[in-house]
Ligand binder design. Structure first.
Ligand SMILES: Nc1nc2c(c(=O)[nH]1)N[C@H]1C(S)=C(S)[C@@H](COP(=O)(O)OP(=O)(O)OC[C@H]3O[C@@H](n4cnc5c(=O)[nH]c(N)nc54)[C@H](O)[C@@H]3O)O[C@H]1N2
Ligand SMILES: Nc1nc2c(c(=O)[nH]1)N[C@H]1C(S)=C(S)[C@@H](COP(=O)(O)OP(=O)(O)OC[C@H]3O[C@@H](n4cnc5c(=O)[nH]c(N)nc54)[C@H](O)[C@@H]3O)O[C@H]1N2
Ligand code: SF4
Ligand SMILES: [Mo]
Length: 742
């Protein structure tokens, strides 16, 4: 074990730790049960983790958890155990032998791994400058996101990648541009009406799903807007089925109905909204009859939805189905405007704003604190900041890069060369569109290091692979606006093998980079995860001891304190007409943009006649994770493509048969298994994402075959504000695979 911070390493705090509640586990004299938080996804359910003789033997829901109230999923029960104790876990640092993708690895010591990493990064920095180094993580929901950003900033690079352009980027940019800040503040429990748009909580979020079912039992209304018949449709009072990518027209039409019928909240609008008349003018261009034509939803259903929603309090619950579109920000702005003019902001049963407890620092706060930032002239050079200033760079939502611009920079050296990457907690070879190009970019780097739990297609492209601690071995403190609560994840067992947490790796690396003169300014002042967590807690009055005892500390919430905490916009109001968007040269009002496929040339549309949805969530998988676990593969052995039986038969495709899917700008075809379903319209097909098989031949392990991103393009069009590509609503063609080719 190497590392100059070895003595201060974050170690399990079981014996002699601060007080923690021990809940006696039935029938196991020595078992200890800890209240903790599941970190397998950002829902953050409360857990009870049983530890026996230094090993986690059970992970169960915590029914007393104030946020999740016992809601849970199979990934929470099986996922972390599989990652921690499964046979595929990477337990030691490794160096690759032979060319990238050779699949030959030699175990090395931490000292050797970190020395080599520092040496190679310092060499790239010396030759090409700090900007030539990029860090990549999944998001900023976990501490590793903030740590990666600070590590890159410390060596002078503003370039770090998160995959939010493919996830929640559009809703975040919209909420920010309007000053709303209502992401994840849905008060379903007190709503009279729930407007569920592009969200499938049945698979994606058990807490939301439980809350919706409860609300229905007590008589709340549910409107679902989704091109697919999802389980929520069976509970719905009204189901609107738009053609994919056309939602903005529905939202604008609902606004026009609310205003036309005087159903909006005039007092809230007058006091707290900026640009109402302009919004009314825009919405008037989309009366229900026009929207019906644009979306395929009957006008009377849009009117009914508007009236039902107006009978509040109403809660807007949205998801990925209307995000990650090249017009996603405008779609969200339309829905967010509906929330605002109906007065459902920060009101019981509406959409609460995010309010971090006083004195506490969220990961996002940290990224925006002046002492942790680079000079503006450097941040302005963040890849993509010139084209997407509301996303990347000094005024960007999370300050991160525009990812496709990074891939381009690696391959073309424009606007400047990118020659080294450090990747932790993201599987970009599977989860970014255009897998062949992502792999080509990774192969062409001068240096790549990947911190991981398992040998993913991304890790296969690394020079150095570092073993990462799992969510059972790390201590995390975070703020969950949905609670709202401060959450605690306990490091219940010691690290497996030689695994280390992201902060320890960053600290040890920075020490070595500093010794080589390759640190601009050390922005990671903490020597351990514990110190980092204490910094986040700050003077919030919430102590680690309390968190350790309970796993979660609810935070008091004050609704509607608009005077005390105004909206973060130039006008200090909700900007229906966004001055931020205007200043960025963008349309200040929400509008409808026809989906890219409807603007495509006729011959392309003829060749690619079907509409492709990607990203269906499966209960057993979390994106590319758990793909090698027997429990998951038993339930879902192959990637599927939902296809209407009439469409399939016309194409000569039988149920369960393998098919290929291609898109016009995609590099390759992807292979999926047809599943007959009437859940989508005959011209719409729908699939998941994240497929690869750890046991398929390396280095790609199926990522160029059964992974839908192999068939997609990452070349745009992009949302002008968030830089998001179209991850669904795409043109595609589906063909049978001859039986002998399967
Ligand atoms: N089990 C499991 N849970 C997960 C995840 C996981 O991988 N596995 N991932 C987590 C993450 S990071 C995310 S981002 C979320 C994503 O979960 P959700 O936010 O629920 O997103 P999706 O499942 O991609 O899509 C939701 C719905 O949008 C619909 N949709 C598609 N196109 C359109 C459209 O044009 N308009 C409308 N109105 N609807 C459309 C789809 O048919 C689908 O029913 O799930 C989270 N939860
Ligand atoms: N076509 C298409 N593409 C999509 C989507 C889509 O709908 N369609 N969805 C997009 C969305 S919403 C998302 S969020 C992304 C998800 O994209 P990714 O973030 O790449 O997805 P994961 O498979 O969750 O990858 C996380 C990786 O991090 C590792 N990991 C997990 N926990 C830790 C940790 O604590 N530390 C470290 N170092 N590593 C850890 C896991 O082993 C795994 O390899 O994919 C996006 N891609
Ligand atoms: S939804 Fe499942 S994976 Fe996500 S936090 Fe809850 S139990 Fe864990
Ligand atoms: Mo996501």
């Amino acid at each position: 074990m190497g590392g100059s911070n070895q003595g201060k390493r974050h170690s399990p705090q079981l014996s002699g730790a601060a007080p923690c509640e021990m809940i006696p586990a039935p029938g196991a004299a020595q078992a200890q049960v800890f209240a903790s938080t599941c970190w397998e996804c950002s829902v953050c359910c409360g857990t009870r983790v049983t530890v026996e003789q230094g090993r986690v033997t059970d992970i169960a829901p915590n029914p007393e958890h104030p946020h999740s109230k016992g809601a849970f999923c199979i990934k929470g029960i099986r996922g972390a155990l599989g990652v921690t104790y499964g046979p595929g876990r990477v337990l030691h640092p490794m160096r690759r032998d032979g060319p990238r993708g050779s699949g030959r690895w030699t175990r090395i010591a931490w000292d050797a791994a970190l020395d080599e990493m520092a040496e190679r990064l310092a060499a790239v920095r010396a030759q090409h400058g700090p900007l030539a180094m990029v860090g990549a993580v999944s998001g900023a929901f976990f501490s590793r996101g903030a740590i990666m950003a600070l590590l890159m900033r410390s060596i002078g690079s503003p370039n770090w990648m998160i995959n939010q352009d493919l996830c929640g980027g559009c809703r975040a940019v919209s909420a920010r541009a309007m000053g709303l800040n209502i992401t994840s503040g849905e008060d379903i429990a007190n709503a009279n009406c729930i407007l569920l748009v592009g969200r499938n909580p049945h698979a994606a979020d058990p807490v939301q799903w439980a809350a919706i079912k409860q609300a229905k039992l007590r008589g709340a209304r549910l409107i679902v807007i989704d091109p697919k018949r999802i389980p929520a449709c069976d509970l719905a009072d009204l189901w609107l089925r738009p053609r994919p990518g056309t939602d903005a027209a529905i939202a604008l039409a609902m606004i026009s109905v609310l205003i036309g019928e005087q159903l909006h909240d005039r007092a809230f609008v007058e006091r707290w909204c900026h640009g109402f008349d302009e919004l009314a003018g825009r919405a008037a261009q989309y009366p229900p009859v026009v929207a019906a034509h644009l979306t395929g939803v009957p006008a009377e259903d849009i009117v009914a939805a508007a009236r039902m929603y107006a009978h509040g309090p109403s809660c807007f619950v949205s998801g990925h189905g209307i995000d990650a579109f090249s017009a996603g920000v405008q779609t969200f702005r339309a829905y967010h405007s509906l929330v605002a003019i109906s007065g459902n902001v920060d009101r019981l049963g509406g959409n609460r704003r995010v309010k971090t407890p006083r004195g506490f620092k969220s990961y996002l706060d940290l990224l925006h604190m002046p002492q942790f930032r680079l000079p503006e002239e450097i941040e302005r050079q963040t890849l993509g900041a010139d084209r997407f200033p509301l996303w990347a760079g000094p005024r960007g939502w999370q300050t991160a890069c525009h990812n496709p611009t990074v891939i381009d920079a690696i391959l073309t050296s424009r606007p400047y060369p990118v020659r080294a990457m450090y990747i932790s907690g993201v599987n970009i070879a599977v989860t970014y569109p255009n897998t062949p190009r992502t792999l080509e970019a990774l192969r062409s780097l001068d240096f790549a290091a990947v911190a991981t739990h398992e040998m993913t297609p991304t890790a296969e492209m690394a020079d150095i692979v570092l073993p990462k601690t799992t969510a059972l071995e790390e201590e995390e403190v975070s703020f969950a606006p949905a609670g709202p609560a401060v959450l605690y994840t306990r490091n219940v067992v010691p690290p497996g093998g030689e695994a280390r947490c992201d902060l320890d790796i960053a600290v040890a690396l920075l020490d070595r980079l500093a010794a080589r003169g390759a640190v601009t300014k050390n922005l990671i002042p903490w020597r351990s995860q514990r110190e980092f967590n204490e910094f986040l807690l700050g003077d919030s009055g919430i102590s680690l001891a309390e968190l350790q005892r309970t796993g979660c500390v609810p935070v008091p919430y004050r609704l509607g304190n608009f005077d005390e905490q105004p909206f973060a916009t130039p006008s200090r109001k909700v900007e229906l007409l966004s001055e931020t968007m205007r200043a960025a040269g963008l349309d200040p009002l929400p509008d409808f943009t026809p989906p890219a496929r409807e603007r495509a040339a006729e011959d392309v549309r003829t060749r690619y006649p079907l509409i492709l949805l990607t990203g269906d969530r499966e209960k057993t998988y979390h994106h590319s994770r758990f793909r090698g676990d027997a429990w998951a593969r038993k339930v879902s052995p192959d990637p599927t493509l939902l296809i209407h039986p009439d469409t399939a038969r016309a194409l000569g495709i039988g149920d369960r048969e393998w098919v290929t899917v291609e898109t016009p700008a995609g590099a390759a075809a992807c292979r999926l298994r047809a599943r007959f379903s009437e859940a989508t319209a005959p011209d719409v097909v729908s699939t998941g994402m994240g497929w690869w098989r750890p046991d398929a031949p390396g280095p790609t392990h199926g990522a160029l075959d059964i992974n839908i991103n192999a068939a997609l393009s990452y070349a745009g069009p992009f949302d002008p504000a968030s830089g998001s590509p179209d991850a669904r609503g795409l043109m595609c063609r589906v063909r049978p695979v001859p039986a002998d080719a399967v």
